[in-house]
Write a protein that binds this ligand. Structure first.
Ligand code: AMP
Length: 356
């Protein structure tokens, strides 16, 4: 199945009765809430063990598919139920993680977003390569045959929210940490790790939205990830910090408004990302994406990660953000913006341009 042209998946769809579908996790409530505000029917695929929780928000859910495990979403009975309801699936952070990249790639369901980007997003090296080629400043990457004399962060593949990452100052510390990770079964070989320059500054994550119907890039918000224990270390006296290993487990998100003089650079990065995705992965990014950065004290912005779909930090702005108001003079979350884009696409006979 082509990852880009999926028009054939909507030939039997009733465009007057489109349903917005998503998985019960991550940013599902925001997505369902936004879909309802835009007048769509909603469908939630939910694991049996979480059904009770989502039932507490039954006002947001018209149809429900209960599965024993996430992978069941690929079963014919589930897919045909979704298709019967003319469903468009909204991907979020849990989709690839729980359903699996290959299953999502071949899923016979229209997905709002750029399906071909998921494979790049799932691979740390391809991801950094993508950013660099797009003209976005990224941290230096080290290999074990290089000298390491300044702080580096060691990242493991598939780490959930930064779990297991560590900071080291010398090659010996890097090797020791990697050996420990291998002996604990976290990784199988040192080739699985990425050793990246540790950028000193403050973290900032930008919520972008590219609209194929309006052909414009919007910034809909920004946040800071609140990470344990790195964000709490400063509360200790410096002599005690030395003995504690920093960790990067995301526990929540904090809203952020940026100095306006930083915005042109941030928007430039966003535009670069859109343009490069259009050149290399046509039709290019569709809808939400996030660039994840550190801003240094000299104002330089270094991007160490991206997400090619809605990020959980957008849950902060269910009633809109300081930025969304500049485009939409009404409460506009990213969840609602997705539904608005589908609505605009239906009105302009462009639905095939916002799905892959
Ligand atoms: P990631 O899994 O790449 O999103 O990283 C998890 C967390 O590690 C981030 O939210 C940052 O706090 C931190 N981090 C990742 N890469 C870097 C870097 N190159 N320099 C400084 N901090 C980083």
């Amino acid at each position: 199945m082509s990852l880009t042209d999926v028009s054939f998946l909507i030939t039997d769809y009733d465009f007057d009765n489109i349903t917005i579908a998503t998985l019960g996790s991550h940013s599902a409530l925001q997505i369902l809430h936004g879909a309802k505000l835009e007048g769509f029917s909603t469908l939630l695929i939910v694991e049996k063990k979480r059904e009770w929780f989502y039932d507490m928000f039954s006002n947001l859910i018209d149809f429900k598919v209960v599965v024993d495990s996430w992978k069941d979403i690929c079963k014919d009975r589930v897919l045909s139920y979704l298709r019967k309801h003319n469903s468009i699936l909204i991907p979020h952070g849990s989709l690839i993680e729980y359903v699996g990249l290959e299953n999502v790639e071949k899923m016979r369901l229209p997905i709002f977003g750029l399906r071909s980007l998921f494979r790049i997003e799932a691979n740390q090296r391809m991801k950094m390569e993508f950013l660099r080629n797009a003209g976005i400043k990224i941290p230096k990457e080290y290999t074990l045959d290089m000298d390491i004399n300044s702080p580096v962060i060691i990242k493991f593949p598939g780490a959930k929210g930064g779990k297991g990452y560590f900071i080291a100052k010398t090659k010996e510390e890097v090797i020791k940490g990697i050996r420990e990770a291998i002996s604990q079964g976290i990784i199988t070989s040192h080739e699985d790790v990425m050793i990246q320059e540790y950028i000193v500054g403050v973290t900032a994550y930008y919520h972008f939205f590219y609209s194929p119907t309006l052909r414009r890039l919007e910034i809909l918000g920004a946040d800071i990830r609140y990470e344990s224990n790195i964000d709490g270390l400063y509360r200790l006296p410096p002599d005690l910090r030395e003995s504690i290993r920093a960790s990067f487990t995301v526990v929540g998100n904090i809203p952020l408004v940026l100095r306006e003089s930083l915005l042109p650079k941030i928007m430039r990065y966003g535009l670069n990302f859109v343009k490069y995705s259009q050149i290399t992965l046509p039709p290019g990014i569709i809808g939400p994406f996030c660039l994840e950065s550190v801003i240094k004290d000299d104002g330089e912005i270094v991007v160490f990660e991206f997400s090619g779909r809605i990020v959980a930090g957008t849950n902060l702005y269910v009633t809109g953000s300081p930025y969304s108001s500049f485009y939409w003079n009404e409460p506009m979350s990213v969840g609602r913006r997705i539904a608005r884009e589908i609505r605009l696409a239906l009105e302009k006979d462009m639905l095939h341009k916002v799905i892959t």
